[in-house]
Ligand binder design. Structure first.
Ligand SMILES: C[S@@+](CC[C@H](N)C(=O)[O-])C[C@H]1O[C@@H](n2cnc3c(N)ncnc32)[C@H](O)[C@@H]1O
Length: 200
């Protein structure tokens, strides 16, 4: 891993354990991703979406309102749009430059992008049928708040445990279970892994 990737892993480990630390870690993390934004599309590998795709395939009914958290340049948001022609998707990211790039490379009237922090989301309770996270730190309280009852969360890591931003499935399950999620599906695809869960 590069030093930037190691930093992202340390931040992930700390914030999953102590979410309040995000207050001081947000600024350097955002700066790192703002800097990476212009080259992000170019460094993404072709199989990076495989685990997210595997999770979307498991959904038994098409979601209408979707949030892609930590959207970066919007790859997962576009994947959802291509798979579910009825869905309206919001891609949210804390890094302004990522959102600027996402808008530049995305051409779909059903996808909107906005700068927002996953720790404190500007959306009402139960606003989404599906929330996706691709290589992104989960903020479990907010996740549970914005997913509608009967809705799903899909957390995908492109290179499994080698992804710089990565949370092991046991941890994801226990945090989600405590917040009313069930029906877990642990999936592997390409070099990555994903977890799909439904909110009761
Ligand atoms: C590793 S990138 C993944 C981007 C995209 N999902 C992909 O797979 O290409 C992580 C993204 O999450 C964003 N991010 C990190 N913490 C965030 C937070 N608290 N709220 C919103 N976005 C966040 C970063 O700015 C960055 O764009």
């Amino acid at each position: 891993m590069t030093s930037g990737q190691r930093f992202a892993r340390v931040v992930t480990d700390l914030v999953v354990r102590w979410p309040a630390l995000w207050r001081i870690l947000r600024r350097p993390m955002r700066a790192q991703f703002d800097k990476l934004a212009p080259q992000w599309e170019g460094i993404r590998m072709p199989d990076m979406l495989a685990p997210a795709e595997a999770g979307l395939e498991r959904l038994t009914s098409p979601p209408r309102r979707v949030l892609d958290l930590g959207t970066g340049t919007g790859a997962v948001a576009r994947l959802v749009a291509a798979r579910f022609p009825e869905a309206d998707i919001v891609g949210a990211d804390v890094a302004e430059q990522m959102i600027a790039e996402a808008r530049r490379v995305t051409d779909s009237p059903r996808i909107t992008f906005q700068v927002a922090d996953a720790q404190k989301l500007p959306f009402p309770n139960g606003a989404f049928d599906l929330v996706t996270l691709g290589n992104m730190i989960p903020f479990f309280d907010e996740l549970a708040r914005v997913v509608a009852p009967g809705g799903h969360v899909l957390i995908a890591y492109s290179a499994g445990a080698e992804t710089p931003i990565y949370v092991p499935p046991e941890r994801l399950r226990s945090e989600l279970e405590r917040r009313g999620f069930a029906e877990f599906a642990e999936l592997s695809a390409g070099r990555g892994t994903s977890l799909l869960a439904a909110k009761s």
